[in-house]
Design a protein around this ligand. Structure first.
Ligand SMILES: *[C@@H]1O[C@H](CO)[C@@H](O)[C@H](O)[C@H]1NC(C)=O
Ligand SMILES: *[C@@H]1O[C@H](CO)[C@@H](O)[C@H](O)[C@H]1NC(C)=O
Ligand SMILES: *[C@@H]1O[C@H](CO)[C@@H](O)[C@H](O)[C@H]1NC(C)=O
Ligand SMILES: *[C@@H]1O[C@H](CO)[C@@H](O)[C@H](O)[C@H]1NC(C)=O
Ligand SMILES: *[C@@H]1O[C@H](CO)[C@@H](O)[C@H](O)[C@H]1NC(C)=O
Ligand SMILES: *[C@@H]1O[C@H](CO)[C@@H](O)[C@H](O)[C@H]1NC(C)=O
Ligand SMILES: *[C@@H]1O[C@H](CO)[C@@H](O)[C@H](O)[C@H]1NC(C)=O
Ligand SMILES: *[C@@H]1O[C@H](CO)[C@@H](O)[C@H](O)[C@H]1NC(C)=O
Ligand SMILES: *[C@@H]1O[C@H](CO)[C@@H](O)[C@H](O)[C@H]1NC(C)=O
Length: 357
């Protein structure tokens, strides 16, 4: 399920916070020079809230309007550690993009720390919870040990999401606690009649038991694993598509943040298909919810990232940048030694030492 639709409430907030005249951006509608950055939610603005994490280079004023994306660094985040809270920036508004300081941002919602790890909370009023890594992965192996919800309409998700909306998902809709769903999107193109989504069944109860869910994203092959066993493989070669604008591999290839979330699919503002996919309308009188201080909580125990050897950074490389499209309309990525720490409000200086992958 495309996660962008999920945060509609956040987009409303951003548009109001920005300006009554906040301009929209999207395919073919680029931002003006004065408000050059196209935010994750499709609004033009300036400053780090618009220009860092989620800023869409393809829809911004120029390919270099967004801040550079902090380069991949292999790491394991143990959310059961007493020190784990120091990994997460709780209020990402105005964050200067210093990925050396925080590994994660809390983008919206509420979290709680417990012996089971990071608890992500959904309440009737908070609209769900999402965290993102501050660094990006451009191919890599990402594993999360997590427990899902068991409530109709409540979705637990562990995904990669690029700023131009390449997306790879593990999602756990509603009450289907023996299943996980794998999916992927290329540049946010959703074709619900195509079979990009698949269900893996037969897992031991995902509410009661931690499982290791892996996204193994490599340049030629994308695999999903459960507890170390491959449950699905997509070859880049299988994603060749032809339409009126040409022939190309519609395969995720752009630097992506890792995101973990709990979100409400089963609410009246969702599309009917989303409600059904998520397992129906949420029951806010569920005994788990009531017994837990009116909260649905799911847990992430730990999460590890192994950057792909395919994209080992050149010496001195700090960030990923967009360098343009190839002739088939696939965005091209370079590595740059440009710092990713923002100097809010100032225009980014010319790129140095761009290295093609
Ligand atoms: C706690 O985390 C901070 C920031 O990551 C780190 O500098 C510090 O060494 C950690 N302390 C312990 C005891 O692990
Ligand atoms: C988050 O930070 C912004 C900017 O510093 C501030 O305006 C806002 O009130 C903060 N929000 C919270 C919930 O602390
Ligand atoms: C969506 O996918 C189906 C099945 O692969 C295909 O027949 C159809 O042409 C696709 N539609 C678009 C708009 O790409
Ligand atoms: C998850 O992976 C870790 C490390 O490989 C392993 O120790 C653990 O047993 C795995 N958990 C499950 C449920 O397979
Ligand atoms: C993908 O297809 C191309 C063209 O047919 C071929 O040269 C290449 O070896 C294939 N790659 C893989 C990994 O199968
Ligand atoms: C219960 O939830 C409220 C708001 O959702 C929160 O402010 C409060 O700290 C929670 N209490 C406990 C004991 O977790
Ligand atoms: C995650 O936690 C499980 C259970 O404690 C452990 O077996 C596994 O090694 C951990 N994985 C990582 C990557 O730390
Ligand atoms: C690159 O291609 C994407 C879609 O394939 C398109 O949305 C975008 O406008 C293109 N950008 C440039 C600079 O050509
Ligand atoms: C980046 O690379 C360029 C060209 O090699 C070099 O001149 C510049 O000093 C480097 N900048 C940093 C911050 O390393």
């Amino acid at each position: 399920m495309l996660s962008t639709s999920v945060l509609a409430s956040a987009s409303v907030l951003l548009s109001l916070a920005g300006s009554a005249l906040a301009q929209g951006c999207g395919p073919g509608t680029l931002c003006p020079a004065a408000t050059p950055c196209c935010s994750e939610f499709g609004f033009c603005g300036s400053g780090s809230t618009y220009c860092r994490g989620g800023c869409n280079a393809l829809w911004s004023h120029s390919l270099t309007s967004c801040e550079p994306e902090p380069i991949c660094q292999s790491a394991t985040y143990d959310f059961t550690s007493p020190n784990a809270s120091s990994l997460v920036l709780m209020n990402a508004t105005g964050f200067n993009n210093d990925a050396t300081r925080y590994a994660w941002t809390l983008d919206k919602g509420n979290i709680a720390w417990s012996p089971q790890g990071l608890g992500m909370i959904l309440t009737e009023t908070n609209g769900g919870t999402r965290l993102s890594t501050t660094r990006y992965v451009d191919y890599g192996t990402i594993t999360a040990s997590l427990k899902t919800g068991r409530w109709g309409g409540v979705v637990t998700a562990f995904i990669t999401m690029s700023d131009v909306k390449d997306e790879i998902d593990w999602e756990f809709p509603g009450s289907a606690t023996t299943q996980g769903q794998s999916n992927y999107y290329w540049l946010g193109v959703a074709n619900y009649s195509a079979t990009n989504g698949e269900t893996t069944d037969g897992l031991s109860d995902t509410y009661d038991n931690f499982h290791n869910f892996t996204i193994d994203w490599q340049p030629e092959t994308l695999q999903w694993l459960v507890d170390g066993a491959v449950v699905r493989t997509v070859q880049k070669n299988d994603t060749l598509k032809t339409d009126s604008s040409g022939t190309r591999y519609e395969y995720p290839s752009t630097p992506s943040r890792v995101q973990i979330s709990i979100w409400p699919a089963g609410i009246s503002s969702s599309a009917q298909g989303t409600i059904e996919w998520g397992g129906g309308m949420i029951n806010w009188a569920d005994p788990d919810y009531v017994a837990n201080n009116n909260s649905f909580v799911v847990y992430v125990e730990n999460l590890s990232i192994v950057c792909s050897s395919w994209t080992q950074p050149a010496p001195g490389a700090q960030s990923y940048i967009f360098t343009g499209n190839d002739s088939t309309g696939v965005p091209q990525i370079g590595m740059s030694n440009q710092s990713f720490i923002s100097t809010t409000g100032s225009t980014l200086v010319a790129l140095a030492a761009v290295v093609s992958l």
